[in-house]
Design a protein around this ligand. Structure first.
Ligand SMILES: Cc1ncc(COP(=O)(O)O)c(C=O)c1O
Length: 401
């Protein structure tokens, strides 16, 4: 009884509604300064979404270098691939290295030529050594863009992920380490480039109706992910999964229903939503504490999972904090594991990212991406998951995987 749990979670609090109202009336815009102090960098600006940050960076690099080819591993959200294309870039996929979670550095080295503009590293589960090796190998040879969308707060030798290379960006959407409902930030190492880009940016005010829609979504997620409500919602989800009700699945797994638009979407022209100024400051103050809680939960998973069944990917020194604790299943795939855990009352997601190379005619060279797409499994570390849930989830994985 009352032991069903969902991976769904948002930091959104009722208190945030008053903060939004206050920010809308007072029109203060001091979050950016606090963020600069937190990240200990100057060349930072806020955007309406992480993908918009990437779009701005790609446009800037193309303009500066007159080159258009960008390397990326196919295991990411499709919107990242689209942002590169919307900005006029060509996407060149290179396989992931399953051991480091980064783009395969040997394959990348062989592919760099005179038309290469940049490489995007998606921070997934790499550790300090992997990241440092990668950056020192390619620094100065090609522009490096860090996608730290899911790793806000992670740091190596007192420098934050997203600020280690030439360019970096973060996402602050509803489920991220720092939540401003929608939002992102762009880091540019070179001061002249940063000032030049900032001068050109001409973003529109974030529409009020969108803020309203986001608040409604946040309240729905908050309600359904409440541990009491979820005891009932679980049966509804079971019905949705069995009958493949696509309009609800689209909400739960938007990544599986992505769509490329022929022109740049309207939301790319929106500024950061300044109605979120106070919420952002409030969440920034809590972020370190929230990360510590996540890491403590990840450690419980780590100590209870069997090495025979899973590969554990843990970075307990805050060098890479994902939203959840990722493991690689050795003997069973993530869809099968999801189904088993769901039957025991735990709704754990089967899909982290998709293999974007699937759409290519020949994708035979992406074997590590294929492997990770099928075997990686993200375990929840949020506040509604208690130690006893983690131990139960580990028992199920150890018994069935
Ligand atoms: C790896 C990665 N990159 C980029 C993004 C894009 O962030 P946003 O949704 O703020 O555009 C996400 C969002 O989840 C992500 O997971």
């Amino acid at each position: 009884m009352f032991n069903k749990r969902t991976r769904l979670h948002t930091q959104f609090e009722i208190k945030n509604l008053f903060q939004i109202l206050r920010s809308s009336l007072k029109k203060e815009q001091d979050f950016l300064n606090e963020l600069k102090i937190f990240l200990n960098v100057e060349n930072l600006y806020l955007t309406s979404q992480g993908r918009v940050s990437l779009y701005d960076i790609i446009k800037l690099i193309i303009e500066k270098t007159k080159k258009k080819n960008f390397f990326i591993a196919p295991f990411t959200i499709p919107e990242v691939i689209y942002a590169i294309k919307y900005a006029g870039g060509n996407v060149v996929f290179i396989d992931l290295d399953r051991n480091t979670g980064l783009i395969d550095s040997k394959k990348l080295e062989n592919k760099i030529d005179n038309n290469s503009a940049g490489v995007i590293i998606t921070h997934l589960y790499s550790n300090k050594e992997n990241i440092k090796n990668f950056i020192s190998k390619f620094e100065g040879k090609i522009k490096i863009i860090e996608d730290a969308a899911i790793n806000f707060g992670a740091n190596i030798d007192n420098k934050f992920l997203g600020t280690l290379a030439d360019y970096g960006f973060f996402s602050f959407n509803l489920v991220k380490n720092l939540n401003t409902l929608n939002g992102g930030a762009t880091y540019i190492k070179n001061k002249d480039e940063f000032l030049e880009l900032k001068k050109k940016l001409n973003k529109k005010k974030f529409p009020k109706i969108l803020t309203f829609n986001l608040i409604v979504t946040a309240c729905i997620v908050k309600f359904l992910s409440n541990n009491f409500i979820y005891q009932f919602f679980h049966y509804f989800l079971s019905f949705v999964y069995k009958n493949k009700i696509s309009f609800i699945l689209k909400r739960i797994y938007p990544i599986l229903f992505h769509k490329f638009k022929t022109s740049v979407p309207d939301n790319y022209s929106y500024d950061f939503n300044w109605a979120m100024n106070d919420v952002a400051k409030y969440n920034l103050k809590k972020v370190k504490e929230d990360i510590n809680i996540k890491i403590e939960k990840a450690k419980i998973y780590q100590s209870h999972l069997s090495d025979k069944k899973v590969i554990k990917l843990l970075f307990t020194n805050k060098e890479n904090i994902c939203l959840e604790y990722p493991i690689i299943l050795k003997n069973i795939d993530n869809y099968e594991m999801h189904n088993i855990l769901f039957s025991k009352g735990y709704d754990i997601r089967h899909t982290w990212y998709i293999d974007n190379s699937k759409e290519l005619e020949d994708n035979s060279q992406f074997s590590d991406t294929k492997y990770i797409t099928k075997q990686i499994f993200c375990l929840p570390t949020h506040k509604n998951i208690y130690k006893k849930d983690i131990i139960k989830i580990c028992e199920v994985i150890n018994n069935y995987a």
